[in-house]
Ligand binder design. Structure first.
Ligand code: 5CU
Length: 411
């Protein structure tokens, strides 16, 4: 980072690598890339983008910003972003059969490693100190991809985990909410969670499918699918994962949740109460549902300071629910451990929030797309405006947390 300003790390920023785009160009069904009569390429991702003549029926323009590391770097430079941890955008490999998914994951992970290795700090920023490895100068790191599709051999998934672990610029994996086809609470995901946990890889959980868009017929563009469907999908997927005891069995699993985990923080106390009032579920978890929210990490893509504050306060509060001691008086059991209820000087939840942009999605609709993007500035303003946060908290969320979580210091 330039002297006097905090380091900025973007942990939610996507790519479609050249091999992936080629794959989408060859397809006749969604997801696919099509070329329109005016020569523009468009990516069609969502099922509602295929049918009818609604505003979504043509998908979204796709270009070098999705696959060229120079375009990613110029976006980063325009926004003062020092380092990005890129991930393949949805829907990853979900639509492939097992053999193709395994081969494609291997190829994509090699491609992503090369994409990151091609982009190091410019000579101006480089230090002469030879104790720094080339990785110290790296501006791009990545989440790898796993062949998580129905019918894949568990050993093939574990090999992909191993490949990612061995790749210097790959620091985690991106994962949808389908698991191996049956969701994140599928017992068949156990070896995957075990392997990811012991590899210490960060697992970025990201939506694609949304939820049923019912209760009306008006064409609202992509607003409901992206504004509600995406975050609600993550909310449900992670609630299921917690309810299946995954975080009890794998307390070291490092989950990073897209879009600040959607509605999960706002609904966590309601979920906790539903659990304690359900005879089928009440004894399933080792502790209160709210505790697990302090065991995960969250991108800071909440778009508003009050929403970001809510997420941070809910994570900060999670430690209050460490034990569910039936001996405690009801009021203490429900409201948290009395000895931990004293107000905290710093907000521990701040250590689990990380800046993201969602680039190259949400570009400006008009004007010069090489200038600053309002979608990025909304999130920077949100971080700057959280009540109670000072420079220390903001710097953590902007970059320091990512440096620590992803080990972005010299290796
Ligand atoms: O705008 C969109 O469709 C998307 C998308 O598909 N994936 C994503 O991460 N953000 C926005």
């Amino acid at each position: 980072a330039a002297a006097g300003r905090p380091m900025i790390v973007d942990i939610h920023t996507h790519v479609y690598t050249p091999a992936y785009v080629e794959l989408l160009r060859r397809r006749a069904e969604v997801p696919r890339v099509v070329r329109s009569a005016d020569g523009e390429e468009r990516v069609i991702l969502l099922k509602e983008e295929v049918s009818g003549d609604g505003s979504n029926s043509k998908g979204r323009p796709v270009g070098p910003q999705y696959w060229d590391s120079r375009a990613k770097l110029s976006f980063m430079d325009a926004h003062g972003i020092d380092v990005s941890v890129v991930s393949l955008a949805n829907p990853w490999l979900d639509f492939l059969g097992p053999t193709e998914a395994v081969e494609t994951a291997r190829k994509l992970n090699d491609e992503l490693e090369a994409y990151c290795a091609s982009a190091h700090a410019s000579n101006d920023n480089q230090t002469d100190d030879t104790s720094f490895s080339p990785l110290t100068q790296a501006r791009l790191f990545a989440f790898g991809s796993l062949p998580l599709v129905p019918g894949v051999e568990p050993a093939a998934v574990l090999e992909a985990v191993e490949q990612i672990q061995q790749s210097p610029h790959l620091r985690g994996v991106i994962m949808g909410t389908k698991g191996l086809g049956k969701g994140l609470d599928d017992p068949e995901m156990e070896p995957v969670y075990r392997a990811l946990s012991s590899a210490g890889l960060i697992v970025f959980v990201h939506p694609h499918y949304g939820v049923e868009n019912a209760f009306g017929e008006q064409d609202n563009g992509h607003v409901l699918a992206l504004g509600l469907g995406f975050p609600l999908e993550t909310t449900i997927g992670i609630a299921r994962l917690i309810l299946a005891g995954v975080l009890d069995r794998h307390p070291d699993l490092k989950l990073l949740l897209a879009h600040s985990a959607g509605a999960l923080p706002a609904l966590s106390s309601r979920l906790a109460s539903c659990i304690t009032h359900d005879p089928h579920v009440k004894d399933r978890l080792q502790t209160d549902f709210r505790f697990y929210l302090g065991q995960m990490w969250y991108d800071a893509l909440a778009y508003g300071p009050e929403e970001l504050a809510l997420v941070e306060r809910v994570i900060s509060r999670a430690g209050n629910y460490e034990c569910r001691d039936e001996e405690l008086p009801f009021i203490q059991r429900v409201n948290g451990r009395a000895d931990l209820l004293a107000p905290v000087a710093v907000y521990p939840g701040v250590e689990r929030l990380l800046f993201g942009t969602d680039h190259p999605f949400f570009p400006p609709l008009e004007g010069d797309s090489s200038a600053r993007w309002p979608s990025v500035d909304e999130n920077l303003d949100a971080i700057a405006g959280v009540p109670g946060w000072g420079k220390q908290e903001r710097d953590r969320v902007l970059g320091q947390n990512a440096v620590e979580l992803f080990g972005l210091e010299a290796k």
